[in-house]
Design a protein around this ligand. Sequence first.
Ligand code: GDP
Ligand code: MN
Length: 382
Amino acid sequence: MDLFEYQGKQYFARFGVPVSPGGIATSPQEAVELAERLGYPVVVKAQVQVGGRGKAGGIKLAGDAEQARAHAGSILGMDIRGHVVRRVWLERASDIEREYYASFTLDRGAKDHLAMVSAKGGVEIEQVAAEDPAAITRLHIDPYTGFSEAQAQRLVADAGLDERARPGAAAVLVSLYRCFTEGDADLVEVNPLVLTTDGRVKALDAKVTLDDNAAFRHPEWEEFAGTAELDERERHARRAGLQYVGLDGFVGIIANGAGLAMSTCDVVNQVGGRPANFLDIGGGASAEVMASALEVISSDPSVRSIFVNIFGGITRGEEVANGIVTALGRVDIKVPMVVRLDGTNAEEGREILRTVESEMVISSPNMMDAARKAVDLAGSGK
Ligand code: GDP
Ligand code: MN
């Protein structure tokens, strides 16, 4: 489960990671009242679970009530890369001298925790990783021995943080690691971690992903679940009992089983496409489920073609095909669809699909070929 920045900061504070006090507003009037209490200048920040809010105009400084009202008014309701802003977080603005980056995450391959620290914060870390990988200092941490004060001090020095930020930054790292481990997170990321002009080090942003498997020992996570950000497609999919993951591309993917859904994403990428989402319809592929899946996928405006990839196991090919035929009678799909059906009774299934084949519904027995067709049909502009 991903937290919003304001929730992440509350979580940080619980483990002693320094953050600025602030509050949430859902209207310009609330924002002004809050700003008056906090004292100017304040920073008004869009609460959406997507990075690059600053660049998108979702973060603004306000020096007085009039500006606080205007900024809250323009940021609330704003669409930031498909995420509509429902709440703004306000905090007393910090005077920034330097911006750094710090995170802890799991390195599953190494079976260790991984700390990453950089003196180049404030920009997307992916960009730093691409342009100047040496600017990110990594340290693997054995989860059994943990992360010591001494390791933290060495890490901030190795990363080249300014001398006067080092003691504060090392202390933040120790608290942040506690938040990561005791707080049962899969990721804690601070970008930027700042050195203020008066020499303090604190977290100006917070990205926290909680490990859902640990929810049983955190009754306090309930409040986070209530605000979890689902887009309309996710809500729709969840109501229909489907597993849906939204992505940034243009080929809609329906597959049975998470493993096949992920392989389908890989294959689409391999042939030059990009998945818009993937929808796992699970073991069965009844007409009901298939119709819901097609509805969810067709409601996504970025989908320019649909790739249905089904491997019949216990569910037989003809049932799947009948499901698709019935679903097509119920849902008006506006983009071309390529169906690859394989596995148990696939030939019988394909025979049934022949009755609905057209320019809009194409069947191909081969996964790679079907992926190519789906990507071609998505057309230009990819
Ligand atoms: P993101 O763009 O979604 O990662 O949002 P951040 O919370 O990281 O903020 C983006 C940038 O806004 C930061 O890197 C800072 O440069 C700036 N910013 C955020 N909070 C403050 C603040 O309190 N004071 C000042 N001066 N700048 C801020
Ligand atoms: Mn940030």
